[in-house]
Write a protein that binds this ligand. Structure first.
Ligand SMILES: CC(C)(COP(=O)(O)OP(=O)(O)OC[C@H]1O[C@@H](n2cnc3c(N)ncnc32)[C@H](O)[C@@H]1OP(=O)(O)O)[C@@H](O)C(=O)NCCC(=O)NCCS
Length: 216
C-alpha cells in the first residue's frame, strides 16, 4: 500500500549563496543549543520578547530543545512554525523562523531569527531573512510578511529596512522590568520587489510541503 510522505518538511531545503536552511532536526537543534550557550547578545542587552537567554544556564538548553520540539509536535496547516536551522560551511550558526496562522486564508507569515554573536555583522542575518521571504512570497504565495523588533535593536531594523519593510505601528512591553517599545514591520511582495537580492534562491521539496502549510 502506498501512502503520502508523512513529514515532507524533512525534504525541504533552501539554499542561498552562503547558507543552507532546513526545518529543525534533532542533531541540528543540539548544535543550535551550543551556539546559544556561546552567546547571542551582550549580557546588558535583551533583544527577545521571550527572554530565553536569561534562563538559568543549567536548564536553558533543555528549555530551548523543548520549545522547538513542542512547536514541531503541534504543527498543523492552521498553525505552523518552521524553524529553519541556518548552516554556514555545514555548521549551524543560528535559526530563522517563519510562522503562519490560517495561512490558506491569511496568506501572511511572521519571521524571527537569531545568530551566534561571532556570526553577526557579516550579512548572514540579511541573507537568511531574504531566503525565507523569497520562499514565502515565491513558493508559498504569501501576500504579507510581518516582523518586529525592539526600537533599540539596530541590526534587526537595518536588516528589515534593507529588505523593504515599512513601519506598521508599535507594541509596548515590559523588558527586564522596564518599559520598551517594539516597532512592528510589514512587507508586501510589491515593496520587496525593489529590494530583492541579486542572487537566486535554490529550493527543494517545497511543492510536497504545500498541503501541510495550507499553501496549495
Ligand atoms: C538581528 C540579527 C539576526 C541580524 O543578523 P546580522 O547577520 O548581524 O545582520 P547583517 O550583518 O545582515 O546586517 C546588520 C546590519 O545592521 C547594521 N548594524 C548592526 N549593528 C549596528 C549598530 N549598532 N549601529 C548601526 N548599524 C548596525 C550593520 O551595519 C548591517 O547593515 P549594513 O549591511 O547596511 O552595513 C543578528 O544581529 C542577531 O542575531 N542579533 C541578536 C538576536 C536578535 O536581535 N534577533 C532579532 C530579534 S527581533
Amino acid at each position: 500500500m502506498t501512502h503520502p510522505e508523512q513529514w515532507p518538511l524533512r525534504n525541504l531545503v533552501l539554499r542561498s549563496p552562503r547558507l543552507e536552511l532546513r526545518p529543525d532536526d534533532d542533531a541540528g537543534l543540539f548544535e543550535l543549543v551550543e551556539v546559544g550557550y556561546r552567546g547571542v547578545h551582550p549580557p546588558g542587552e535583551m533583544p527577545f520578547l521571550v527572554p530565553w537567554t536569561d534562563a538559568d544556564p543549567a536548564y536553558m538548553g533543555r528549555g530551548t530543545l523543548q520549545h522547538f520540539w513542542s512547536q514541531r509536535a503541534q504543527l498543523s496547516p492552521e498553525r505552523w512554525a518552521l524553524h529553519f536551522l541556518v548552516r554556514f560551511d555545514g555548521e549551524v550558526v543560528g535559526v530563522q523562523s517563519v510562522v503562519g496562522t490560517d495561512f490558506a486564508v491569511t496568506r501572511e507569515v511572521s519571521t524571527g531569527s537569531w545568530l551566534g554573536l561571532p556570526q553577526q555583522g557579516r550579512g548572514i542575518g540579511t541573507e537568511m531573512r531574504a531566503a525565507v521571504l523569497l520562499f514565502a512570497f515565491d513558493h508559498l504565495g504569501a501576500r504579507q510578511a510581518r516582523s518586529g523588533a525592539f526600537a533599540d535593536n539596530t541590526a534587526s531594523h537595518r536588516v528589515s529596512a534593507k529588505l523593504g519593510y515599512r513601519p506598521d505601528g508599535t507594541n509596548t512591553y515590559a523588558r527586564r522590568g522596564e518599559r520598551v517599545e517594539e516597532v512592528r514591520l510589514l512587507l508586501t511582495p510589491e515593496a520587496f520587489a525593489d529590494h530583492r537580492p541579486a542572487w537566486t534562491l535554490q529550493v527543494e521539496g517545497a511543492a510536497d510541503c504545500a498541503g501541510l502549510l495550507g499553501a496549495w
